[in-house]
Design a protein around this ligand. Structure first.
Ligand code: GAL
Length: 726
């Protein structure tokens, strides 16, 4: 009786709210769903981050998303790509946001624009420009004047751009919702009052933009009205928004997970992905977004989160190269068809739930006008079951949901896949490449282009992230009466670094390399070093592998050699080098000469043939090649190399690090049972990333320049171009 009353109340509220919220607005919402031009919708969405592919790939990706049954494309907006220096904006090439949104519109899709501007996203510095850190008095993501001013000015800039191009739905454009902040809930919980004040400000500031479409704050239970709080995760069926008038939305349904250098490649079985979505929808969910639908590539130095790999494939329905990842793409397309068949019932009624047997659950949506849709579930992870519904018996595989859009016929079961699997192959194309090499010299403290001071500097404060590399250079005087010179008991050099990798050179020769991992970004070098009487040159090359993108006040995290740096085993015991005079040089010589570009590469003398450097650290390689024929996406096989970066015709395709082998467990993976990012992994004991995407549109028919900077030493003659086929 009580529940019937509650139901009537909700129905009344729903009708009333619909009446109010649709006045004068083309996009609104209530507890049931989004309402676009008066029509309630179950919205199926997928994330495609525009800078993680090329404009030439966008039409195809968007079409494949549409063919896969999506209604909405979701993307973050990447502040550091759009405002590389204060007030200097960039909306070109891969950052042509307007073009991307217009392409989605032309394909007949809506857009969810997550302006952030904090995006997390395994993107360098979580999307914030590095210069932001150096605005006086700034503190990120809290009630801080300078931060709020910068954030507001960027949000206004983006909203202004969208409005000027008429991209919001009430203007006739595709954007039906926006997002401010990202997963602020945990931060607010941690910092308390200033967090609350900041989020109240952010909500108010967003609403004041007058976009005419609703705003979302994801993973934030405390999201102030009218912000819609939403769920992110592997499953979201149990989520409830913080007010009864808000729809149940899942902004990030994780289709897999990201790969890190040093880790295996995570994947999520299609059956479990479909199960999670069906479970969400049967529990009254009306918007879900696959994060990612196409993950793509972290070109250049955009990968972050420390040690995030260049590939951001994510096991998404469209693979890194834009090809269908089957059976996932097809299995989800079939799910979307089934859900759309249920839509009339889903948007006009609430589910009645019954439990006919152990681990069995039935959700029935029955609307007043006679539409009926049923979802039959088996939650048992091991056993199939026979479930009786309306006197008919249905067979359900373990951990699965059957969908009956007319309450009679099963059109879909989440564990029964009818799409064919695809196996991607990387086939060598174009024969062997011919290489030339150029040695990057180890600088010394007295070089003209160094700066000198006492003590050790934090890396980012010197480089401002203009390069991954910072040289720490100092001299050590060894008296001729040092005992070790006679005994041969070399002194022990210890260098403590806040991360992420470190090469130690003594008198120009590599003494050793250490590198961290996502869990342990800090590194310590400790080794006996061969010093001579007189002046010795100690050159430390500290290497960053992406700035953090998440964590409380991640802008305060340090990188680089912070010390102590000590020399142990001298006549006087230990000598502390930490506070002595150090000289600094940002970046590599090859970087300042732009060796990755056609003009830059002709500014130095390269060697080849028998003089070609092999297995030598700090070496640049270059080669030219013809564009392979055909249409297949291309990549480069870097198996024979160590670590560094690769450029094609002057554009960086990202960091390579095939020498970092994947550690983890790669056992069998059963789709059934609760998923997490460590459950299903492949590629253990192989390079975390062997192949690197070369966008076809970056090539011309012939005379293409490939430049590789190799930090560790490798064999370039084994590098080959490959095409990806399935
Ligand atoms: C979420 C975050 C995303 C992304 C994801 C992991 O918490 O909102 O931006 O970082 O985790 O891929």
């Amino acid at each position: 009786m009580g529940s019937t009353l509650k139901m009537v109340g909700i129905m009344f509220g729903l009708v009333l709210f619909l009446a109010i919220s649709s006045v004068g607005a083309t996009v609104s919402y209530d507890d049931k769903s989004f309402i676009i031009n008066g029509k309630r919708k179950i919205l199926i969405s997928g994330s495609i981050h525009y800078p993680r592919s090329t404009p030439e790939m966008w039409p195809d990706l968007i079409q494949k998303a549409k063919d896969g049954g999506l209604d909405v494309i979701q993307t973050y907006v990447f502040w550091n790509g759009h405002e590389p220096s204060p007030g200097k904006y960039n909306f070109e090439g891969r950052f042509d946001l307007v073009r991307f949104i217009k392409l989605a519109h032309q394909a007949g899709l809506y857009v969810h624009l997550r302006i952030g501007p904090f995006v997390c996203a395994e993107w360098n510095f979580g999307g914030f420009p590095v210069w932001l850190k150096y605005v006086p008095g700034i503190e990120f993501r809290t009630d801080n004047g300078p931060f709020k001013a910068a954030m507001q000015s960027f949000v206004q800039r983006i909203v202004g751009l969208m409005k000027s191009e008429s991209l919001f739905e009430p203007q006739g454009g595709p954007i039906i919702m926006s997002q401010i902040e990202n997963e602020y809930g945990p931060v607010e919980w941690e910092i308390g009052a200033p967090g609350k004040a900041y989020s109240a400000w952010a909500a108010k500031m967003a609403v004041a933009q007058n976009t005419g479409v609703p705003w979302i704050m994801c993973k934030q239970e405390t999201a102030p009205d009218p912000m819609i709080d939403t769920c992110n995760g592997f499953y979201c069926e149990g989520f409830h928004p913080n007010k009864p008038n808000k729809p149940k939305m899942w902004t990030e349904a994780w289709t897999g997970w990201y790969t890190q250098f040093g880790g295996p490649i995570p994947y999520r079985p299609a059956e479990d992905m479909a199960f999670a979505v069906a479970r969400f929808v049967q529990n009254n969910g009306s918007f879900f977004n696959y994060y990612m639908y196409h993950g793509g590539t972290n070109f250049g130095r955009n990968a972050a989160g420390l040690f995030v790999a260049t590939s951001y494939d994510y096991d998404a329905p469209l693979d890194e190269y834009g090809l269908l990842n089957e059976p996932k793409w097809g299995h989800l397309r079939d799910l979307h068809k089934a859900i759309k068949q249920c839509e009339p019932a889903l948007v006009s009624s609430y589910p009645t739930v019954t439990w006919p047997g152990k681990n069995q659950e039935v959700h029935v949506f029955r609307s007043k006008n006679g539409a009926c849709a049923a979802f039959l579930s088996n939650y048992d992870p091991s056993f199939s079951t026979k479930l009786t519904f309306q006197n008919v018996q249905y067979d359900l595989p373990p951990w699965s949901i059957s969908i009956l859009p007319d309450c009679k016929t099963v059109v879909y079961n989440t564990a029964r896949i009818s799409s064919k699997s695809s196996t991607p192959k990387m086939l060598p194309v174009g024969g062997s490449l011919s290489w030339q090499s150029y040695n990057e010299e180890t600088p010394s403290a007295d070089d003209r282009d160094t700066v000198t001071k006492s003590g050790l500097w934090e890396q980012l404060s010197v480089t401002r992230d203009s390069s991954d590399y910072l040289w720490y250079l100092t001299d050590v005087n060894i008296a001729s009466d040092e005992g070790f010179l006679k005994s041969g008991e070399w002194p022990l050099l210890t260098v403590m670094s806040a991360g992420h990798a470190l090469h130690v050179f003594i008198n120009g020769k590599l003494a050793g390399t250490v590198y961290g991992s996502l869990d342990h970004p800090k590194v310590t070098y400790s080794g006996k070093v061969n010093l001579r009487a007189g002046v010795n040159k100690i050159s430390l090359l500290s290497v960053s592998v992406g700035l953090p993108n998440v964590g409380l006040h991640y802008e305060r995290w340090n990188e680089g050699v912070l010390g102590p740096v000590t020399l142990n085993g001298l006549n006087a015991g230990t000598r502390d080098l930490t506070k002595q005079k150090w000289s600094y040089k940002t970046g590599l010589r090859g970087e300042s000469l732009s060796l990755g570009t056609v003009t830059g590469s002709s500014s130095v003398e390269w060697v080849q043939g028998s003089l070609l450097a092999q297995k030598q650290p700090l070496t640049w390689y270059k080669s030219t090649f013809e564009a392979p024929g055909g249409e297949e996406p291309l990549g480069v096989d870097m198996m024979s190399m160590g670590k560094g970066e690769v450029w094609i015709n002057g554009q960086s395709i990202g960091r390579h690090w095939p020498a970092y082998t994947a550690k983890g467990s790669c056992g069998n993976c059963n789709y059934a049972g609760t998923f997490n990012e460590k459950k299903c992994q492949r590629n253990c004991n192989q390079p975390s990333q062997r192949w690197y995407h070369v966008p076809r549109s970056w090539l011309k028919p012939s005379g293409n320049l490939m430049v590789v900077f190799e930090e560790w030493g490798g064999d370039p003659t084994k590098i080959s171009l490959v095409k990806r086929t399935t």
